[in-house]
Design a protein. Structure first.
Length: 308
């Protein structure tokens, strides 16, 4: 066996097979990567626990008696009861729970229809048609996002009161059909501006007007934006409390959000068990609506550039 030393580097040679230890840098990098991934996953689980805690609390409280809901630290009762859900079948103040859900469904679906029709037409005009003052009008529309809802509440109420439309759904829905939701108009405008202009030019060569281009070309390609707007509109309308509280006076016209308020009697005693049970049931339509359209949202985003 001989040993050769060159510039401070020693190399052993001999008849046997030499082995060299793996450098420690790779193992250190793997260890740091594993440690960082572990910390990230633990942090994500903690955030998930914080987000899901209210939902878990509502589920557990819906099976508790009203006296055990306030001040109890237990998430789930030791002796679950179904009385809170059975009480929903009896209704509130001689009004069936189904009435509140029907009213909320009418309000939510009407809002979705109004937003999709009016905002898509307005967005098409801003995105695909050139006319005088287009940029100024678009800027003014975006500026309405800065107006607080409460600033317009009193003049709108006075206007609808003079028109004798209080205690109807017209004040709640008429704005949806007039493209007053600037956020959804802006969302659709940004999506339509990304569509190729050549599609419009080819359609005009075939004799198509703006309505035909809007209906047959632009709307199918804008399905992701339309479905996104529909999901947010449905959730906002279903959970709306301020609008129905201001414009609806008869309990028979109340939505779910106002119906839960009726679980409190005139003396201020509240049936927390029934209220929480109804709030849990009220989550189901929103969840079902989202799950039903989530697939179309993903499919539309994946194939929007292939249509036309």
């Amino acid at each position: 066996m001989s040993t050769t030393t060159t510039t401070g580097v020693s190399t052993n040679t001999g008849t046997g097979t030499g082995t060299r230890a793996a450098p420690p840098r790779k193992s250190l990098a793997v260890g740091r990567k594993t440690g960082g991934s572990l910390v990230w996953h633990i942090g994500a689980l903690l955030v998930l626990a914080v987000v899901l805690y209210p939902v878990v609390w509502v589920i557990g409280a819906s099976f508790k008696p009203s006296r055990e809901i306030i001040g109890s630290l237990q998430l789930f009762p030791t002796s679950p009861i179904l009385q809170n859900f059975k009480g929903l079948a009896d209704g509130i103040a001689d009004i069936s729970i189904a009435t509140f859900f029907q009213n909320s469904l009418f309000y939510a679906l009407g809002s979705v229809a109004g937003i999709l029709v009016s905002c898509s037409l307005t967005a098409y005009a801003f995105a695909r048609i050139r006319f005088a003052g287009r940029n100024l009008m678009f800027s003014l529309m975006i500026g309405t996002l800065l107006l607080p809802y409460h600033v317009l509440l009193i003049p709108q109420y006075v206007m609808f009161q003079k028109m004798e439309l209080i205690n109807t759904y017209v004040p709640l829905l008429i704005g949806k059909f007039l493209a007053t939701e600037a956020f959804f108009v802006f969302l659709m405008v940004q999506f339509m501006r990304n569509l190729p202009k050549e599609l419009d030019e080819a359609a005009r060569l075939d004799g198509c007007g703006h309505l035909r281009i809007y209906w047959s070309i632009v709307l199918p390609l804008c399905r992701p934006a339309l479905i996104t707007s529909a999901i947010f509109t449905f959730i906002n309308a279903w959970n709306d409390f301020m609008g129905p509280l201001i414009y609806l006076n008869e309990p028979a016209k109340y939505t779910v959000s106002l119906g839960m308020m009726m679980f409190r009697d005139q003396e201020g005693v509240a049936n927390y068990g029934g209220m929480i049970a109804m709030s849990l049931v009220a989550l189901l339509p929103v969840l079902a609506f989202f799950l039903a359209f989530q697939r179309y949202l993903i499919d539309g985003m994946a194939t929007s550039g292939l249509k036309g």
